[in-house]
Design a protein around this ligand. Structure first.
Ligand SMILES: [Zn+2]
Length: 477
């Protein structure tokens, strides 16, 4: 049967027959060569059938070899497009892994020419070969050779490729839709022998895939990393759960381990390793979840390796938090030191030569606007009995109200500093605490205090907005 193809080489470039000019390049004037056998082609551009190239009467070519060459040629033109690298995903059928093609070599000789890869995709970390499959699968010797060389090879089955496809259809077929699998995955069907302390056990890659699937379904592919930041007397603990959110399936298998690919937090690609036998993974530099499979039970263990960067970041964050915490602690301590106590106010009062001086010092210390107080504007010194009252009212308002504290009426009468400052023992002077009580009782509501029996509880945040002006009124009224 004659081979009809829409594709040929013209001036060494891959062209579709629809790119030809029907008037000038029809028939043998097309100047096109077969992509496979290199013989002159005839461009059939009639009215009744789809345009196609045909070979001359005497040729030695096949559909398969054209499919093969065409697939290679298409891959070579798809630089910076992505190719699907697994379509038969045993773990997650919805998730296919894809790779961007940066540079591709055709017919690349590997191992001194022992092995010729149809295509070779050069990648910074993981270069791989692409084998175009159209008649026979690669022999097991061939696969083993790739395995020995440590090169992954992707086999794409193009036997269903139509030669009449346009360029976009052809690209999609070769890059994504044609069946494909990793050649090294064919090893998965083989059993691997490994010894354990108890003797000889057998495990197949299928076992591993089943276990992986089970672990993923049960949400057990995770571990925690943590860091403790320290700064001064403060510490901060940071802990993060890193869990595998999707699993792509097995990408490598040898006598030491089974390696699968997974994703953490959606986009971070990680490796999942199942060590076999006594194999101890060492110096893993990229994030790898090492799963110790309990083949006969369900006590699997997951440990992360190669997450130093991750840990460093966590440590940095924990240190930063500890530093912030320490700063907050120091600030709190300083604030406590700056708290006005009855003692401070009494000292201030004693050291002042007049009430004007006292309130000026108080205003400086607290930032309160006290300039409206009558003592501030006149030089008149208040009478003795009047002075202490103005002072205790200031103390009540400043120490307790302003700082949001709890106040019992007796506290004023029983305070030794007050007694000392005013030169009188108020503990036995009922009048003093009564005065405090009645004064507060009259005003506690406007001050925003909560009263419970004889105790007034002030909330700093609930102080009235015009507190300063109210205070001036309350001290002098
Ligand atoms: Zn040909």
């Amino acid at each position: 049967m004659a081979i009809k193809t829409a594709w040929a080489l013209k001036d060494n470039k891959l062209i579709n027959i629809n790119q030809l000019d029907r008037d000038t390049e029809r028939g043998s004037k097309c100047g096109c060569l077969c992509i496979s056998c290199n013989s002159q082609l005839v461009a059939r551009m009639g009215d009744h059938k789809a345009y196609h190239f045909a070979h001359g009467s005497d040729y030695n070519c096949s559909l398969e070899s054209i499919q093969h060459q065409l697939a290679k040629a298409i891959i070579a033109t798809c630089i910076s497009e992505s190719i699907t690298t697994s379509s038969n995903n045993p773990i997650n059928t919805n998730l296919n892994h894809s790779v961007v093609l940066k540079t591709v070599d055709l017919e690349k000789a590997l191992a001194d020419g022992e092995l010729i890869a149809d295509c070779f995709v050069n990648r910074e970390h993981e270069s791989f070969a692409i084998e175009i499959f159209y008649t026979n699968k690669k022999s097991s010797a061939h696969i083993e050779r790739y395995h020995d060389l440590g090169i992954s090879a992707l086999e794409i089955d193009v036997s269903e490729m139509g030669l009449q496809l346009n360029r976009d259809e052809l690209k999609r077929f070769v890059l994504d839709d044609a069946p494909r699998k990793w050649l090294r995955k064919t090893l998965l069907e083989q059993e691997i022998e490994y010894s354990t302390a108890d003797g000889l056990d057998w495990i197949t890659a299928d076992d591993t895939v089943c276990a992986l699937k089970e672990l993923h379904e049960n949400d057990r592919l995770y571990d925690f990393v943590g860091a403790i930041g320290t700064c001064g007397q403060s510490s901060f603990r940071r802990r993060e759960r890193i869990n595998v959110q999707s699993v792509e399936g097995v990408i490598e298998l040898n006598e030491h381990y089974v390696l699968a690919r997974g994703f953490v937090n959606r986009s971070v690609s990680v490796a999942i390793m199942f060590p076999l036998g006594d194999y101890e993974p060492q110096s893993l530099t990229s994030p790898t979840l090492v799963v110790d499979l309990d083949i006969w039970g369900s006590h699997h263990r997951a440990n992360w390796h190669g997450i130093e960067k991750w840990k460093k970041k966590l440590q940095y964050q924990a240190d930063l938090e500890a530093e912030k915490k320490e700063q907050r602690r120091l600030k709190r301590l300083t604030a406590k030191d700056n708290e006005l106590k009855i003692e401070h106010i009494c000292k201030m009062y004693k050291q002042s030569s007049s009430l004007t001086d006292f309130y000026r010092a108080l205003a400086e210390q607290t930032g309160l606007e006290l300039s409206d107080l009558p003592f501030m504007s006149s030089e008149k010194i208040m009478t003795n009995w009047n002075c202490p009252r103005a002072v205790w009212r200031a103390i009540v308002l400043l120490v307790f109200v302003r700082q949001g504290k709890e106040l019992e009426c007796d506290m004023i009468g029983y305070d030794m500093f007050m007694n000392d400052a005013f030169g009188c023992d108020y503990r036995y002077a009922e009048n003093r605490s009564k005065e405090v009580y009645f004064w507060l009782d009259k005003h506690f509501e406007t001050l925003g205090a909560k009263k419970k029996r004889l105790v007034y509880q002030f909330h700093k945040s609930k102080l009235p907005k015009n507190f300063d002006a109210m205070m001036v009124d309350l001290i002098t009224s």
